[in-house]
Design a protein around this ligand. Structure first.
Ligand code: ATP
Ligand code: MG
Length: 548
């Protein structure tokens, strides 16, 4: 089982040992290093929580570093969204840095390796390099360019930088060991040619460092002590260490520590896949409430507290596994339970006419805002002769154990009276026009009536003052198949028109409620206007997630 994030986990145990040995003095410095090529998702949230809470725990520091070593046009949209997301989660970075600011230093490190005879310019093309690399079973073959002299390598690398060669014509490779059992150590490429504009450095460079060379240097320059990354990089750690050792500038170089990335059921987390869904219109944008992006989760109505609680509960481990998305939903429910007020809202409304209730009378019923938190007080909700109930709360022919409204049955209208359904009135097409009901005046809520009991309690909305709202109900964007693959769910969004008690007309964008007996909802930030309230269903009331 995974260790908790905040309490001691295997990473913190390693840090404790380093602190005891004064490996980095009493310093702990982490970083969160996103590539600004998309929006952050719930998997990144795990990494953010881990890096920032680790720094907090040890009174250390955590940088936000953009890993922008690939030449691409600046996308300030991504940069802005990343910063908004980290802040939303409740974290503050110590410094905000750009890996591309270190290009000069990285170049000097590469030259230093060449001078030591530890790097060479290679003219093999990408296919040839792959072919020479060998396999897990067979050692690789040495490049015919491997024994170039230091002088020749220095000259060629300089020419690469000057733009004398086209993309792919030459690369700089580390000279390590073509027979290494670790394929990453078989003379990996550390610089490539790319005649492309970089958002930060413009056309200053036409050679760019590869991730495995750049990342350790970025960490070392910033004085990072513990460079936390996901498990796929475990096999790259010998190269991480090799680069820092051979460049040799840092007496106590950072160490890479790997943890298992977050995988969630019914969720894709590849930025590339998410971007495609945005670009082809499968979703309404990066912040579509069905998206696993932090922006999507936020718009959906999840809270930062719930996301952090989730990251804490899943903890960190060394073994890959897939977490049930029900756990995330459980954390959201647990958080909202204490925080939001109830409102009465009915979907697929059915009209109820209380035939023995005076025509022009309205009573203000006092209804508690949150049963679990009495301090949240009551609100008054109008009640009169014509009401709406939820389509799910009436059955003309009840199934077994159905205790809600059906002809001849009496139920409690929450916060009001006992109501009996006397007659179903239909339209010409057979659909229900209204339910004729009667009420019993002595059963008024709060009157202490104990004459008889009813089994069902349902909610209602006063017809005259009802507010029409739109509700967007969401299902998972992805469906998991038996064989482990995923496919797009064609029915992940459905909209209904609903009626709400009058106070819902005042809902501000971003305001959350429990729609009584239905679930948690948020007034959508983008779609809610003064005229029309549009709600996202955040999560239902019942958990499908079971404690193991
Ligand atoms: P992609 O490969 O889809 O572009 P990425 O995961 O490589 O995305 P980065 O921006 O490079 O995205 O990630 C920044 C940090 O977030 C990295 O340290 C990475 O390890 C971490 N991270 C990304 N995905 C997950 C995940 N699912 N669980 C935990 N950490 C993650
Ligand atoms: Mg990446």
């Amino acid at each position: 089982m995974a260790d908790r994030l905040e309490s001691n986990n295997f990473i913190h145990n390693m840090i404790d040992k380093d602190l005891e040995a004064h490996k980095y003095g009493d310093k702990v410095h982490t970083r969160f290093p996103p590539e600004p090529n998309g929006y952050l998702h719930i998997g990144h949230a795990k990494s953010i929580c881990l890096n920032f809470t680790t720094a907090e725990k040890y009174h250390g520091k955590c940088n936000l570093r953009y890993d922008d070593t690939n030449p691409v046009k600046e996308d300030t949209e991504y940069v802005d969204s990343i910063e908004e997301d980290v802040r939303w989660l409740g974290f503050k970075w110590d410094e905000r840095l750009w890996a591309s600011d270190y290009f000069d230093e990285m170049y000097r490190c590469a030259v230093a390796l060449i001078e030591k005879g530890k790097a060479y310019v290679c003219d093999l093309n990408a296919d040839q390099i792959r072919e020479y690399r060998g396999t897990l079973k067979e050692p690789g073959r040495e490049s015919p360019y491997r024994e170039r002299s230091v002088e020749e390598n220095l000259k060629l690398f300089e020419e690469m930088r000057e733009g004398k060669y086209s993309d792919g014509e030459k690369v700089l490779r580390a000279k390590i060991d073509m027979a290494s059992p670790n394929i990453n150590m078989r003379d990996p490429v550390i610089y490539r040619i790319a005649h492309a504009e970089h958002h930060n450095t413009g056309d200053k460079w036409c050679i760019y460092p590869m991730y495995d060379f750049a990342h350790p240097i970025e960490d070392a320059i910033e004085g990072i002590t513990h460079s936390i990354c996901t498990l796929e990089f475990e096999d790259h750690r010998p190269l991480y260490d090799w680069v820092l050792r051979e460049v040799g500038k840092w007496p106590e170089p950072p160490q890479q520590i790997e943890f298992a990335r977050l995988n969630l059921t019914n969720t894709v987390m590849s930025k590339r896949y998410l971007k495609r869904m945005v670009d082809d219109g499968t979703v309404e944008g990066w912040d579509d409430p069905r998206m696993p992006t932090i922006a999507g989760i936020r718009r959906r109505g999840y809270t930062p507290e719930a996301v952090r609680d989730f990251c804490e509960r899943i903890g960190v481990s060394k073994a890959n596994s897939t977490v049930d998305i029900g756990l995330l939903e459980h954390c959201v429910r647990e958080d909202l339970k204490q925080k939001v007020e109830n409102r009465n809202v009915v979907e697929n409304p059915i009209k109820v006419v209380i035939t023995n209730y005076p025509e022009d009378k309205t009573e203000e019923m006092e209804i508690e805002n949150n049963r679990e938190v009495p301090e949240m007080g009551n609100r008054s909700v109008p009640f009169s002769r014509e009401l709406y109930v939820d389509g799910d709360d009436f059955m003309e022919v009840p199934v077994k154990k159905y205790f809600r409204l059906f002809p001849g049955n009496e139920v409690r209208f929450k916060g009001a009276y006992f109501i009996r359904c006397e007659e179903v009135i239909k339209n010409g097409d057979g659909s229900i026009k209204e339910l004729r009901c009667t009420y019993d005046p002595q059963t008024r809520s709060g009157s202490g009536f104990e004459g008889r009991k009813v089994k069902g309690t349902i909610h209602w909305v006063d017809a005259r003052t009802a507010v029409k709202i739109r509700i967007r109900n969401y299902d998972y964007l992805m469906l998991d198949e038996e064989d482990g693959s995923q496919r797009l769910n064609p029915d992940s969004l459905s909209e209904t028109v609903a009626y709400a008690e009058p106070s819902v007309a005042e809902a501000r964008p971003g305001e959350r409620f429990q729609f009584f007996r239905k679930g948690y909802y948020i007034a959508d930030e983008k779609l809610t206007t003064d005229e029309e309230k549009v709600f996202n269903k955040i999560v239902g009331l019942k958990s499908s997630w079971k404690k193991k």
